[in-house]
Write a protein that binds this ligand. Sequence first.
Ligand code: CO
Length: 281
Amino acid sequence: MERTILNTIRALDTSDGAGVRLKRALGYNPMVRLDPFLMLDAFSSDNPDDYIAGFPAHPHRGFETVTYLVEGHMRHRDHLGNEGDLKQGGVQWMTAGRGIIHEEMPQQQDGLLRGFQLWINLPAAEKMKPAGYRDIADTEMPRLDLSTGGQVKIIAGEVTLGDEVLIAPVKGGATDPLYLDVVLRPDESLTVPVKTGYGSFLYVFEGELLVAGETVSCDHLATLTDGDSVTVQAGKKGARLLVLAGKPIGEPIAQYGPFVMNTQDEINQALSDYRDGTLTA
Ligand code: CO
């Protein structure tokens, strides 16, 4: 059964970190979440004032952050001594688990910085596991050139498109995420299989899209009904979009800023661990 649109959400202008201007597409309203996804931020600017301050050292506990840099250059560092250079097209996959303190800082003085940060929840059994991270270079993520002119890049998971199977370096896990970056030519359409029962949404960041007869404009997120596939068709100017799907966790969510746990007691514990310097211990 084809998935259709459940809700469309316009991304809201906001800022985070030390003053990075961004559009928050998911996560500004705690009532509008899409299990297992907690938040999606989009940043795109060629004005250094919008991004140069970056995201200085800050903590996380209880979930994963996935930073996808479409254009530009950022460096990240964490308390474990991991340091990575996120270059154009690359992804940093950070599992906060029990705790991580990290920073993400732009490594350019000018030019376009464009990308996304996605937060994916972890189930209770994995919220306190050791922190870990992975850098995935642009060239490690498989792409498929569509016969109709567009292109699909797979950032996480596995998908079969026609006769082609695309498998990302990051695959499986408790939430089994599918994460695609899709470029479509004008009027081009594409059907993407999505596992039944998984939470799924689209985010359009260039052009516009038609999904089951409904238009999704640029900078809008569309949550999808259940089903085993979604068919998207680009508008007259083409489209570029993210396609996300993941296995719902179905657990209560208690969130305070960068900590996402199951109960308020666990949030209080995270705050006191952070104060005591044992968040990451
Ligand atoms: Co962070």
